[in-house]
Design a protein around this ligand. Structure first.
Ligand code: NPQ
Ligand code: MG
Length: 369
């Protein structure tokens, strides 16, 4: 397959309600949508970088620049296959989210031309997967309990509470006391704690959490290992893991017993599958994280979550949890499960009218000949 060029499109999707984490408050998703054009047709992808480099070092305008100035020229003239994208970009250090977006669109294009779904290509074994919901930091406990109640009624299989110092034990206790021991409950700190908080965090053991996600800085595997040694609650890494090599190292150091896999953070769906394989070989369960994706990323993440090692519910919520109107068809919960797309490629396409309505800028980047 020969690359003709990539269309970059910035889209703005207002959130149905503000999403607050220890990193800040989000009221709209600025997304970067890619359309790869090749001699074998078109494919769609999405870059999950945020506006600002707060969750990770990448940010949307920077990712667009890397794609424009370095990625497209590096892929021009190649006999392109999905499996060759990462290698062709290896000389570019970092920038996993930019690379992932391009690999995703190449995968979609390649698989559409071969009438194969991403789920089949990755090795998914389940037609439907249980999913969870991520609940932001709230102003008060009453609002939190109302929100959790609504999500449990909708059928979500797991509740994840965003936490930070000052909003941790109390909300966890309130949710556990209100909804009982059968509710699968997790917490995510997005790096808000320091090593001095290890004893405090071990106090969460009293509430039967399925895991505590990324309490410490991305590079601080040592503190994660120290918490894991002192606490009964499984420690899960998110921000720390940017490759299969990272995953192997974290497991070896005892820094985690669960891994959150986000394809964007690790450089693509193919590296995400390698992390799944490494984790499975060590008996480490994985689950698919969320980055407030459009329907394109939601579709791809469902395919990934169909792999056998994804034994915990992912942050792949129904579209309506985030957006009133997405650029694709909405994804819905059915009896607490979400269907893995079966159509070729990602299995969904942007709806032209919705895409146009959400687009703020469009740019065509031709592959130099
Ligand atoms: C996490 N996601 O697991 C992330 C963090 C996160 C669903 O909890 C805009 C775009 C805002 C991506 C806020 C969930 C975001 C974002 C938080 C991702 O750590
Ligand atoms: Mg997280």
């Amino acid at each position: 397959m020969k690359l003709d060029g990539i269309e970059l499109r910035q889209v703005a999707l207002p959130l149905v309600s503000p999403f607050r984490t220890s990193l800040g408050t989000q009221t709209a998703r600025q997304a970067l949508v890619l359309r790869v054009v090749s001699d074998e047709g078109e494919g769609w992808g999405e870059c999950v970088a945020e506006d600002d480099p707060t969750y990770c070092p990448e940010y949307l305008a920077g990712a667009a620049d890397v794609i424009r100035r370095f990625v497209v020229p590096a892929l021009a003239g190649l006999d392109l296959r999905p499996a060759s994208v990462a290698g062709a970009l290896r000389h570019l250090r970092g920038h996993q989210m930019a690379k992932s977006a391009v690999e995703m669109a190449v995968l979609d294009c390649w698989l559409r031309a071969r009438l194969t779904s991403l789920a089949d290509h990755l090795g998914a074994v389940r037609p439907r997967v249980p999913v969870g919901v991520s609940v932001g930091i709230m102003d008060d406990l009453d609002t939190l309990l109302e929100t959790v109640d609504r999500h449990l009624t909708a059928g979500y299989a797991r509740i994840k509470l965003k936490i930070e110092p000052g909003w941790d034990v109390e909300p966890v206790r309130a949710v556990r006391d209100t909804f009982g021991p059968a509710t699968m409950l997790t917490v995510d700190a997005n790096t808000a704690y320091s090593p001095a908080d290890i004893r405090h965090l071990a106090g969460l053991d009293a509430y039967g959490l399925a895991l505590v996600e990324q309490p410490f800085a991305p590079g601080d595997l040592r503190s994660h290992a120290a918490l894991a040694a002192r606490s009964e609650t499984p420690v899960c890494l998110d921000e720390s893991i940017t490759s299969a090599a990272d995953a192997a190292e974290a497991i070896r150091l005892g820094a985690c017993s669960v891994i959150n896999i986000k394809p964007g953070r690790v450089g693509g769906y193919l590296e995400a599958r390698r992390i799944h394989d490494v984790a499975s070989a060590h008996g480490v369960p994985v689950w698919c994280g969320g980055m407030l994706e459009t329907g394109l990323g939601r579709a791809g993440n469902l395919a990934l979550a169909g792999l056998p090692g994804f034994t915990l519910p992912g942050d792949i919520s129904a579209t309506e949890r985030y957006y009133r109107r997405d650029i694709t068809r909405p994804f819905v919960l059915e009896d607490g499960l979400m269907a893995v797309p079966t159509e070729p490629g990602l299995g969904v396409l942007p709806d032209p009218a919705s895409l146009t309505a959400a687009t703020t800028t469009t740019e065509w980047i031709p592959a130099p000949s």
